[in-house]
Design a binder for this molecule. Structure first.
Ligand code: DQA
Length: 150
């Protein structure tokens, strides 16, 4: 399936973007970030749907239903679940649509516990440290994967 339609999933605490630790995550709010993502997708001829949840099971459900809902790829910021959620890792491993893991901050330059991602090994790749651009690069990565498959 081509990645004409992508699902963007934001995990826990990302609803607080703009006010949460702005020195780490910046001042861009989630609504502004989603607008940037939609605009970037539009310019590339992609459609995108952005969702956020603080609930692990909700994220599992959205990953499981991504293909059935017509999405050809997922850009996923699992937030702190990145570092310990085996349920999310298993969901990413279980589905066939490509998942690109993204992070606003450079998780490899922060606390030791953030340097390990249980998701990375089952994602197609990881983009970390570019602020809102990480999501845009994630969309570009999905588009590049689709082109390579053609
Ligand atoms: C994050 C990094 C995680 O370590 C943290 O728990 C987050 C945000 C990021 O986008 O930089 O909630 O995923």
């Amino acid at each position: 399936m081509s990645v004409r339609t992508a699902l963007v999933l934001h995990g826990p605490n990302l609803n607080l973007l703009g006010v949460r630790e702005p020195s780490v995550y910046g001042r861009v709010t989630l609504a502004q970030l989603d607008r940037m993502i939609r605009e970037h997708a539009r310019r590339r001829g992609m459609r995108v749907e952005c969702r956020q949840s603080n609930v692990e099971g909700q994220l599992v459900d959205w990953l499981q239903s991504a293909q059935g809902d017509g999405f050809g790829g997922v850009v996923f910021n699992p937030g702190a679940f990145t570092h310990y959620s085996l349920a999310l890792r298993d969901a990413v491993a279980a589905i066939t649509v490509p998942v690109v893991e993204v992070h606003l901050s450079n998780v490899h330059g922060r606390e030791e516990f953030r340097r390990h991602s249980v998701i990375a090994a089952v994602a197609r790749g990881q983009i970390s440290g570019f602020g809102p651009q990480s999501y845009l690069l994630g969309l570009d990565a999905l588009a590049a994967l689709a082109r390579a498959r053609r």
